[in-house]
Design a protein around this ligand. Structure first.
Ligand code: SF4
Length: 698
């Protein structure tokens, strides 16, 4: 009852890329209850994280004052107690902390050049904060070594989409599944990772839509699927090429569409000739007749959609996986009409918006390339500053190598946690410890903040104003419901204060001014104004007029590529970087769980979510456990070429007998101690989804 609350504020859930709109009910300065409202993506629905996962913002571990590393602090390491950081840090005023933060970075620039300072921005902050972050590194330090977590989730999908479709965003909202006859969900687990989107998938299947699920794990959606293809890990390209081979062989492709809207079809067709399903069945572990049936089902549907997640993208062949999915949709003409489209399900709440805002080493806002002199001069004119480097910058994982090489000496990290999220994380932790000056801006003393020289206390989603963009290209307005605790401040304010101390002519006094500047550089925001977002909560881009709520489906009349044509790029089969052998005979794959978000810094501080899933765990097939003489709940040791963790084992028939699944939210059994840092050469994304591992009783 609204009489029970002092205020009710409309905002956006801070967890996944679905971007559910919420009403935050506030009493006595604290959020007491959260309700789903009628946003375009969620239509009133929420999952367990959106409904119960808000109380982390009131947790006693919140950073409430700036902190500076003590002169007599122990050596840098993962050794700070977030409840009592004062053996390592002392409290400081904002003035002193900002001077120390900016002063340290400025000294490195003066001594070693701007190239010695790199930045990680955040996909959890607002669009305005992402825009300012990339501007600060480019304008303040003169180069493009600025990146964010997209590198670890969908960089390969974006690389393939830009290459072949001309745009890195989805071609249709996930809600379009309502108009589809058939949908493929591959390498994703929406029941746990995009739960509200999953409700639309389930309704689609209930209405008689044909849902085809493909994943090495038997993910929850299989219960609603007409086909569940539990293929061998890493065999995606072989399987998808075999499906496309059938479409060519049986003449099921859409010749008219291919002629009108695509290029390179003959090369794709010739390439696919080598992938007969009878030959590929052994490679991917799926019978040829099933591959043929799936090919016919998808190609002969009136309207088909393809959804994918990090099971597709986090491989050294992640870009090739996406190239296959794009080719599959194009050859069937399943793009640009109601119920058709390509949809990589984005992970963090604002990873789409942060990417659009230019928080990427190769691209400025709206994916305008840094190598183009005309593009850079358009930006420097608006920014009223000198030119910056035309060289593509280093990515998240490359920056860690660059620290070890002695080139990057200082970093500014906003709301990212590479000490948990990087592959081969001990390598990343050693790199962070080597930095001469590290500024961390966050709401908690994260594992990464353990290595900081200055920690700046920032604000949670419910404490600030700003826009975010979800997986559907919907730009949505976030509003403050409560004040930040203690002296914590909005992230954009902190960025502005740092920039001023670095000598930049920044004078923003409100996020609306930053949004107005973004509009000068981003055509995607045409017809989307701050005032519209305040009034309507959400507008989808592209929006064709001030009245248009935005286009749910794009590319019905051609693509933003030369001659308006999308491209077929053939993909060869590449083996995973690391093959299982006698010493490491099983396959490790990692991911998320319903109750926990990424590195756990927020959800493990949320009472309900932590109560439901309090302990680090991994999943093994019951037969695998029996072979080791273990009962479910026993501890196991997982060892890869990079390290070892001990973790409680659950029995799970959805995991193949030679696999182990390990969530990455738990610092006490950090999955990324084990993962392989080998990179996809195009998207530069690490192979989180495949490592050779040994499993033994602990
Ligand atoms: Fe939040 Fe995603 Fe759940 Fe929606 S589906 S409530 S955005 S975590």
């Amino acid at each position: 009852d609204s009489a029970d609350y002092d205020s009710e504020v409309e905002s956006v859930c801070p967890f996944c890329g679905v971007g559910c709109q919420v009403s935050l009910k506030v009493k006595d300065g604290a959020i007491r209850y959260v309700e789903g409202i009628n946003g375009p993506a969620n239509e009133g629905r929420l999952c367990v994280k959106g409904r119960f996962g808000f109380d982390y913002i009131h947790h006693p571990h919140r950073l409430t004052k700036p902190l500076i590393r003590r002169a007599d602090a122990p050596p840098k390491g993962l050794n700070v107690d977030p409840a009592n950081p004062f053996t390592h840090f002392r409290e400081a005023s904002w003035e002193e902390a900002l001077d120390a933060a900016a002063g340290g970075l400025a000294r490195l620039k003066a001594a070693h050049g701007g190239r010695s300072v790199a930045g990680f921005g955040s996909a959890k902050c607002t669009n305005e904060e992402a825009y300012l972050f990339q501007k600060l590194i480019r304008q303040g330090f003169g180069h493009n070594n600025v990146d964010h977590c997209t590198r670890l989730c969908h960089a390969s999908s974006v690389a393939a989409l830009l290459e072949n479709v001309g745009s890195g965003a989805v071609t249709a909202t996930f809600n379009e599944i309502e108009h589809a006859d058939v949908a493929i969900a591959i390498g994703c687990n929406p029941v746990e990772n995009h739960p509200v989107a999953a409700t639309y998938f389930k309704q689609f299947a209930k209405r008689g839509g044909k849902l085809i699920v493909m994943d090495p794990r038997g993910v929850g959606l299989r219960r609603h699927a007409c086909h569940m293809l539990q293929f061998r890990p890493g065999a995606d390209v072989a399987m998808l090429n075999a499906i496309m081979h059938v479409i060519v062989e049986e003449g099921l492709y859409d010749q008219q569409y291919i002629e009108a809207f695509t290029e390179n079809w003959e090369a794709e067709k010739a390439h696919l000739a080598n992938f007969a399903p009878e030959k590929m069945a052994e490679v991917c572990g799926i019978e040829a007749e099933v591959l043929r049936d799936v090919a016919r089902t998808f190609a002969t549907a009136k309207a088909g959609m393809i959804f994918w997640g990090m099971g597709v993208s986090q491989h050294i062949h992640g870009t090739d996986n996406s190239r296959c999915l794009i080719s599959l949709a194009l050859m069937c003409g399943h793009v640009g009409r109601p119920g058709t489209g390509l949809h990589p399900l984005r992970g963090q709440n604002n990873v789409q918006g942060a990417s659009d805002a230019g928080l990427i080493p190769m691209f400025l806002p709206d994916y305008q390339t840094v190598t183009d002199d005309g593009v850079r001069s358009a930006f420097t004119e608006i920014w009223q500053s000198g030119d910056f480097s035309s060289e593509k910058g280093l990515t998240v994982t490359e920056i860690m190598d660059d620290i070890h090489a002695g080139n990057t000496r200082g970093m500014y990290i906003l709301g990212e946690n590479p000490a948990m999220s990087d592959p081969d994380v001990e390598h990343a932790r050693d790199a962070l410890a080597k930095l001469e000056h590290l500024v961390v801006q966050d709401i908690f003393l994260t594992e990464t903040a353990n290595y900081a020289d200055v920690i700046l206390p920032a604000s949670a989603f419910a404490e600030k104003t700003g826009t975010v963009t979800n997986t559907n290209r919907q730009v949505q307005m976030g509003r403050p419901a409560v004040a930040p605790p203690g002296e914590a401040r909005e992230d954009w304010w902190i960025e502005v204060e740092l920039a001023k101390r670095l000598g930049l002519p920044w004078a923003y006094t409100h996020p609306r001014e930053i949004f107005a500047e973004m509009k000068l550089t981003m055509r995607s925001l045409a017809n989307i104004t701050w005032e519209r977002l305040e009034a309507q909560n959400a507008v989808t881009y592209p929006s064709l007029s001030p009245e248009d709520p935005g286009q749910a489906i794009v590319f019905g009349d051609g693509f933003p590529r030369p001659e308006g044509r999308a491209r077929f790029t053939p993909a060869a089969v590449i083996a995973p970087d690391e093959a299982p052998d006698a010493e490491y005979p099983m396959i490790l794959t990692t991911g998320r769980q319903l109750e926990h978000w990424h590195t756990g810094s927020m959800t493990r501080r949320s009472k309900v979510l932590d109560a439901v899933e309090p302990e680090a765990n991994c999943s093994l097939h019951p037969k695998t456990l029996r072979r080791m003489g273990l009962a479910p709940g026993a501890m196991v040791r997982l060892t890869t070429r990079r390290g070892s963790v001990e973790v409680m084992a659950r029995a799970d028939r959805a995991v193949a007998e030679d696999m182990v699944f390990l969530p990455f939210a738990y610092v006490e059994a950090a999955a990324n101690i084990l993962t392989n840092p080998a990179l996809d050469p195009f998207g530069k994304i690490p192979e989180f989804k495949f490592a050779a591992v040994r499993v033994e009783p602990a």
